[in-house]
Ligand binder design. Structure first.
Ligand code: PHE
Length: 343
């Protein structure tokens, strides 16, 4: 019995001192396992007189049961503690700054084209794709710019061979659209795309730039329709308070022709550096489709009339984003381009 007490005392102490699951397993191996000290106590049975055997066996079994229960309890306690420590160590600190991925985003120039396109899609226009390589016929002749016309000098051209050229204006798409419709159905389209001119590059000129052409051909189309359309466009693009003003101008393919100004979105018309003190900013060229052009492209000018306009994409983007140099659109400087990520 003394031996039992002695083992019990050591076992309890060992259990109490176990500070980790490894200590606890060591305790189990020493006392409770098959070859542990508690089972070993039973080997003393044979040394005992028969009348004491039962009491001795009972005592050992009780010790074993008590220690087993204490062991289980301690085990859950240590496991819970270990789990808590682990969670603590693996905690995610959501206040730490994240790693930002360098994802792509549209060029500012693309953003403007998309914005303008959306405005006209809302007004029921379709998008017509023109082509970069044109013939003299579509870029000039059908637009009432014959061979010897001085307007050809305004648009110094990159020729690929005697007949093919890089288009100098998206207006070439007007002629294609009209020819394709065969003079039969109304047209209400815009056509964004690249254009090319033999210009010396500087802050406001680029040999490659982009335009968005607009063309409406239907019955009873008037200058009032053109004005209303462009006014709505200017308000949606530059703000609801914007007004437009038409100034007389000249393009061979429109008659009459106008230059369209929008009231300055920066100063509201008072005069500032953006509008160069005038309160107005020129944004596009437009006019009523010249009857000669309708005729050449297959639309009877006695029946049909139309208007057309051409917006300079870079110019709008420069005004809109306060960009000072057109070359920025084409030099792919990432520091510049990334400014437009959020927009
Ligand atoms: N094509 C003209 C230009 O490049 C712009 C324009 C388009 C003018 C349509 C009138 C009508 O300057």
């Amino acid at each position: 019995m003394e031996k039992i007490d002695e083992v019990a005392l050591r076992a309890k102490q060992s259990l109490q001192e176990a500070g980790s699951l490894t200590d606890l397993e060591r305790f189990y191996a020493s006392y409770l396992a098959k070859k542990g000290e508690v089972s070993a106590l039973l080997s003393h049975m044979k040394e005992l007189p028969p009348q004491e055997k039962a009491a001795f066996g009972k005592e050992v079994n009780e010790l074993k049961k008590g220690l087993s229960e204490a062991y289980e309890a301690k085990k859950s306690e240590l496991e819970a503690e270990a789990l808590k420590k682990k969670l603590e160590a693996e905690r995610i600190d959501i206040s730490l700054p994240g790693d930002s991925l360098n994802s792509g985003h549209p060029n500012p120039f693309r953003l403007i084209i998309d914005e303008v396109t959306d405005i006209f899609l809302d007004m029921g226009y379709e998008v017509y794709s023109g082509r970069d390589v044109e013939t003299d016929l579509y870029n000039f002749e059908l637009l009432n710019v014959p061979e010897d016309h001085p307007a050809r000098d305004m648009q110094d051209t990159f020729y690929l061979d005697a007949n093919r050229l890089l288009r100098t204006q998206t207006s070439a798409a007007q002629a294609h659209a009209m020819k394709e419709r065969g003079g039969l159905t109304p047209i209400k389209m815009i056509s964004p795309g690249k254009t090319y001119r033999r210009d010396d590059d500087d802050a406001t000129h680029s040999h490659q730039f982009a335009q968005i052409e607009g063309l409406v051909v239907d019955k009873n189309i008037s200058l009032a329709n053109l004005k209303a359309t462009l006014e709505l466009f200017a308000k949606k693009m530059f703000g609801p308070k914007r007004e437009i003003r038409l100034r007389s101008s000249y393009f061979p393919f429109t008659e009459p022709s106008v230059e369209v100004d929008v009231s300055c979105f920066n100063c509201g018309g008072k005069g500032c550096s953006i509008c160069k003190g005038s309160g107005w900013i020129e944004i596009l060229g437009a006019g009523m489709v010249n009857p000669k052009v309708l005729q050449m492209c297959g639309y009877d000018p006695e029946v049909w009339s139309g208007f057309a306009f051409g917006v300079g994409v870079e110019r709008v983007a420069m005004l809109r984003y306060g960009i000072d140099d057109i070359r920025r659109f084409y030099t792919n400087d990432y520091r510049f381009l990334k400014e437009f990520k959020a927009k």
